[in-house]
Structure formats: C-alpha cells, structure tokens
Ligand binder design. Structure first.
Ligand SMILES: Cc1cc2nc3c(=O)[nH]c(=O)nc-3n(C[C@H](O)[C@H](O)[C@H](O)COP(=O)(O)OP(=O)(O)OC[C@H]3O[C@@H](n4cnc5c(N)ncnc54)[C@H](O)[C@@H]3O)c2cc1C
Length: 390
C-alpha cells in the first residue's frame, strides 16, 4: 500500500478506452444535453437512456469484458463521467450508483449471488441502489440504527429506515448496510444485505423533490419485519462498514471527473456568451478584467483534473488512495460550486430568469458538497491521516 505521495505517474489510456470516452462525449452532446433542461424541470428519470448507457458496458466500467464489463482503468472511468456530465448530471450519477452496486456484488458476492444479479445489473434490466444513510446517521454512518436480527433457519429480520438514497424510487436491488452485532461497534457490527424490491416488508418511498441533479430519483426506504434468507447477505458478517466505505471512497475520485465536466461545460458556455454580448461598445470578453477572471477559473478546473487523474492512477496502480480521494472530493466540490457560480454571475440579469442551463448547473454543482461525504468529512479524513489521530 505505502504512502499516497508515491503515485507520480498516470498510466496511458488504451485505444478501447479512448474510443469509449469519445462515445460518452458524443452521447452527452446528442442524447443528454438536448433533454437535460426538460428532465430538470419535470424531475424526470429516463429509464431508456439509462439502459442505453448500460448496454454500452458503462454499468460495469471496471469489470472484465468477458463478464459484460467495459474493462476500463479507473483513469478512463473518471473521464467517462467527466464527458457524460457535460450533458446532464442526474443520469450519469444514477450510473455511478449502478457501478457501485454491481462492484460490491462482484467483489463480495458468492458465485450464486453473482450469477443471479450481475448480468442483469450489467445490461440495465435491474437498477441498483446503495443504501447507507439514515435520518439520524449521515456523516456518522457508523451510528446507523437499522438492524438485522438472526433468526432460526438461516433467516434474518430487518427493521429500520433509510433516506436520501439515489435511484431508490426506481431501483430493483438495494445493497443495504444494517447493524447485525451492536456490541461490535461500527468496525465489526455492520453487515450488508441485498434486498429485492418486491420483498414483503420493504417499503419504497416516492421520489423526493430535490434542488439539483433532478433527473436522479432520490427517495427513502423502510424495513418492517422484512425477512430474508442468508443467501441475501453479502460478504462476511460484520464487514458492512468496510464495504460501504470502500464504495464511498471509490466514488469520491469519480466526483473529481464530475466536477471538471460540469465546470468546463459552464466555462465554455459563458465564454461563448461573453464573446457575443456587448457593453460599453465592445464584447464583454474583450475586457481584460473579465479575461483574468476566466483564466483563474480555467486554472482551478485544471488543478482538479490533475488531482483527479492522479488519485485515479493511485487506484489503478494499487497504491493507497484514501487521502487523495478525499482531497479530490473536497477540491472538486469547492471548485465546481465556485466556477458555476462565477459563470452564472457573468450572465448578468439573464441568469436570474429561469430556466437557464447555467442556473441548472449551479444547482447541480451543490451535490458535490454533500453526496459521498460532505466537504468537512473530507477534511476530517485528510486531517486524521496528517495528524495520525481519530
Ligand atoms: C441527492 C443525494 C443523493 C444521495 N445518495 C445517497 C445514496 O445513494 N446512498 C446513501 O447512503 N446516501 C446518499 N446520500 C446521503 C449523503 O451521503 C449524506 O447526505 C451525507 O453523507 C451527509 O449526511 P447528512 O445529510 O446526514 O448530514 P449531517 O451528517 O447531518 O451533516 C450536517 C452538516 O454538519 C457537518 N458535519 C457533520 N459532522 C461533522 C464533523 N465531525 N465535523 C465537522 N462538520 C461536521 C457536515 O459537513 C454538514 O455540513 C445522498 C444525498 C443526497 C443529497
């Protein structure tokens, strides 16, 4: 493992990776971007578009191709997200959750579990959700209260409540963390179960109204004496927190790509506008004060891109990446909120009239401050590593 300072090289992309990144770019331009505004206004999740992405192997970016995956490096995967979110945030974010769900089953499932669920997650005929957060356990996920109690005959009974769950309103499969041995604490007391939508005792809530990424369905779950057999338990008993953190740590690096994609699209859009819009007898883009502002924003985007590719390379090289991932998520969130907000301001009064794509991107960007750990939680991860204390 070693120190995260060791990662100095970013591996080259393979030809199949470049081809898929270009495909994602085109898909964003031709399918996502033309519909993004309407999906935002109607809070609509388009299942057929999601399925198209899955059919191209993008639900299983890291899986080997003989299992239906895209066989991508992590460096390539973040670039796929970078391109897709230029069109829309919600649908690619739903895809990230699909990848997380699938990856957990792939890494920790029995051969029977893999056979049962992986192919249908790969082709998008099943939609996955990753279920950790509860109303009283967010940043402190280890304090979750939902339980699974062991019953006679290899059965478990689940009770509890989860919320703020991406994909949940439309999901078929829920990779869910619950407490199995309270006495073991968060390190060894949480286990993971795969729940299926039609199980008796599983109540799936309606989609909640959200600020941004509105094509992403987000909702809650209740378990009420939900009985499952042991074949629905994923991985070792007590390994649930490690599994959940692994998924979250992985996603934090993807957030770098997401932030770069949204910010770069916003910057390009405002530059086009500023070249056209004239005040004081000249294009606003001709004022050096504005040019300097744009230059500063471009530098911030590039800095996050470099950090993101380096963090992704750390994963590909099998090096330690937890701190780099947290740095990536922190810088990504701050950067994308700053860039989209500055671009929106440069629209002048037009930006206050809705709908406008830059207003949408500004709302979307704020998800980067919250999902997969808030900015303060990233600081906590980095600081604990620096100071060596919990
Ligand atoms: C659109 C959306 C999609 C989501 N998708 C999923 C999903 O698919 N699955 C899932 O399980 N969860 C999901 N989440 C939940 C998300 O992971 C949590 O919202 C996040 O971890 C923060 O938890 P919280 O909302 O309870 O905030 P809290 O933990 O209550 O935090 C509130 C504030 O306090 C700060 N804070 C908390 N603790 C500390 C501390 N020790 N030091 C300093 N500051 C602190 C936080 O930074 C934050 O600003 C999603 C959330 C959103 C908004």
């Amino acid at each position: 493992m070693g120190s995260y300072f060791e990662v100095r090289m970013i591996p080259q992309l393979q030809p199949n990776e470049i081809e898929l990144i270009d495909w994602a770019d085109e898909f964003a331009q031709q399918v996502l971007a033309p519909n993004a505004q309407q999906w935002d206004e109607e809070a609509h999740f388009p299942p057929e578009v999601f399925e198209q992405l899955c059919q191209r192997g993008l639900a299983a970016m890291l899986l080997p191709s003989d299992n239906g995956g895209a066989d991508l490096s992590y460096v390539a995967s973040v670039q796929i997200f970078e391109r897709l979110v230029r069109g829309d945030l919600g649908v690619p974010f739903a895809l990230l959750l699909q990848n997380n769900t699938l990856r957990s089953i792939w890494l920790h499932g029995t051969s029977e579990q893999k056979e049962r669920w992986v192919p249908r997650l790969v082709d998008g005929s099943l939609i996955g959700a990753y279920v950790i957060t509860e109303p009283d356990a967010g940043s402190d996920a280890g304090s979750m209260k939902s339980t699974a109690v062991s019953l006679a005959g290899d059965q478990w009974k689940l009770n509890g409540q989860k919320w703020l769950l991406s994909n949940s309103p439309v999901a078929d499969l829920f990779v869910t963390s619950v407490v199995t041995q309270l006495e073991n604490g968060e390190a060894g007391g949480i286990s993971t179960f795969v729940l299926e939508r039609d199980m008796a005792g599983l109540h799936v809530g309606q989609a909640s109204e959200t600020l941004g990424a509105r094509s992403l369905p987000v909702g809650d779950l209740h378990f009420e004496d939900l009985t499952v057999d042991d074949g629905h338990r994923l991985g070792e008993i007590g390994s649930g927190m490690r599994m959940a953190l692994d998924a979250v740590n992985f996603a934090r690096v993807v957030w770098g790509g997401i932030a770069v994609g949204i910010a770069e699209a916003a910057l390009e859009e405002i530059i086009e506008f500023l070249k056209e819009r004239e005040q004081f007898g000249r294009a606003i883009a001709d004022f050096q004060a504005v040019q300097f502002q744009l230059a500063d924003l471009a530098c911030k985007i590039e800095a996050v891109r470099s950090l993101t590719y380096r963090a992704a390379a750390a994963i590909d090289l099998g090096s330690r990446y937890i701190e780099l991932g947290a740095m990536c998520k922190k810088m990504a969130g701050e950067m994308v909120v700053e860039v989209t907000s500055a671009c929106h301001e440069l629209l002048g009064g037009r930006g206050y009239l809705v709908p406008h794509s830059l207003e949408r991107r500004m709302r979307d960007a704020r998800l980067a401050l919250v999902a997969d750990g808030t900015t303060n939680i990233q600081r906590l991860v980095i600081a604990r590593s620096l100071v060596g204390r919990r």
